[in-house]
Design a protein. Structure first.
Length: 311
């Protein structure tokens, strides 16, 4: 999926060999990459995107599961998360096959692309095994949820073979269970939204939980003298703008955390806090101060309960 991963196992059960852990990891990565990676033209999702049929297509459990999770988040957030925005992502120069664009797309180009974008234009088959495009040009881009899904699969495989103390990270999505080598629940830092350095901003304690952060401080481009985030607002067809620098979400599922952090980033702080509170999400919103001197924050009570002092 064009990224890296790391796994830490604090205690190895006597019956589990290191090779079994690596084998479980490799199987998950092969499965997810073969199904969900838009970086691989031979993957299942790439073949689905290349098809122009509006007939149902039988798909793997992984692709259907990701689409189902994405659809749930789309509905819950009023369409702020949408895995069909790939053509818009590419038009702004952020897609896998769009290494850069010299100018921002115009209003007419965005309008044409939006005619074939929208999670409502993707249908899950009642048979539980198929997907159907309602418009031939529909394209799926699950890069905002697939890393979290891969992390969840790894965690489930570890649980199944009896590993109880682990931390899994893939593409910045983290899920942990049990205790760290220090003998206490895993503590994971939320980064300060700084472009030129990595600095912890907040600390959360995870046991059976995952954390994901979306922001505009790592993946952005400058066009026509303006800075644009890689996060696209499905409603406007343009990158999100404003003072909100990052959103972090803690959830039992890394896939849901991944998707919700993106959705809340699109919604912005005001609407995002309202949605997070309604859904009971543990969320942290970090905004840039107008004078550029620092950050302000807002968080939900669920996030505050998981937060620990930085030290």
């Amino acid at each position: 999926m064009g990224t890296t991963y790391s796994v830490t196992v604090a205690t190895l059960p006597p019956a589990v060999r290191r090779e079994a852990i690596q084998s479980a990891i490799d199987r998950v990565l092969d499965e997810v990459n073969g199904s969900l990676s838009t970086y691989d033209s031979r993957s299942e999702i790439s073949r689905f995107n290349a098809s122009a049929t509006t007939d149902p297509i039988t798909v793997s459990p992984s692709l259907r599961a990701v689409v189902a999770i994405a659809g749930e988040v789309s509905v819950a957030t009023g369409g702020a998360f949408d895995i069909t925005v790939g053509p818009l992502v590419g038009a702004w120069g952020f897609g896998v096959d769009s290494p850069g664009a010299e100018i921002a797309p115009g209003a007419d180009a965005i309008k044409r692309l939006q005619a074939e974008v929208g999670y409502e234009r993707l249908e899950l088959g009642a048979d539980g095994h198929s997907l159907r495009k309602k418009v031939p040009g529909l394209q799926l881009d699950v890069n905002g949820i697939a890393p979290g899904y891969a992390v969840d699969l790894m965690a489930e495989r570890f649980d199944a073979i009896g590993i109880r103390d682990y931390l899994v990270e893939l593409g910045g999505e983290v899920r942990a269970r049990g205790n760290s080598p220090a003998g206490r629940p895993w503590r994971v830092a939320v980064e300060a939204p700084l472009s030129g350095e990595r600095k912890p901003y907040a600390l959360v304690e995870l046991d059976g939980l995952a954390v994901s952060t979306s922001g505009d401080y790592r993946d952005f481009r400058e066009l026509n003298g303006r800075r644009f985030s890689h996060t696209i607002d499905p409603h406007t067809g343009a990158p999100v703008a404003g003072d909100l620098a990052s959103v972090s979400v803690v959830h039992r599922s890394a896939a849901f955390a991944d998707a919700y952090s993106t959705a809340l980033m699109v919604l912005g702080t005001g609407a995002g806090i309202a949605v997070a509170d309604r859904l009971g999400l543990a969320a942290l919103f970090i905004e840039r101060e107008a004078n550029g001197s620092g950050f302000t924050e807002r968080s939900t009570p669920a996030f505050d309960r998981l937060r620990r002092p930085l030290r």
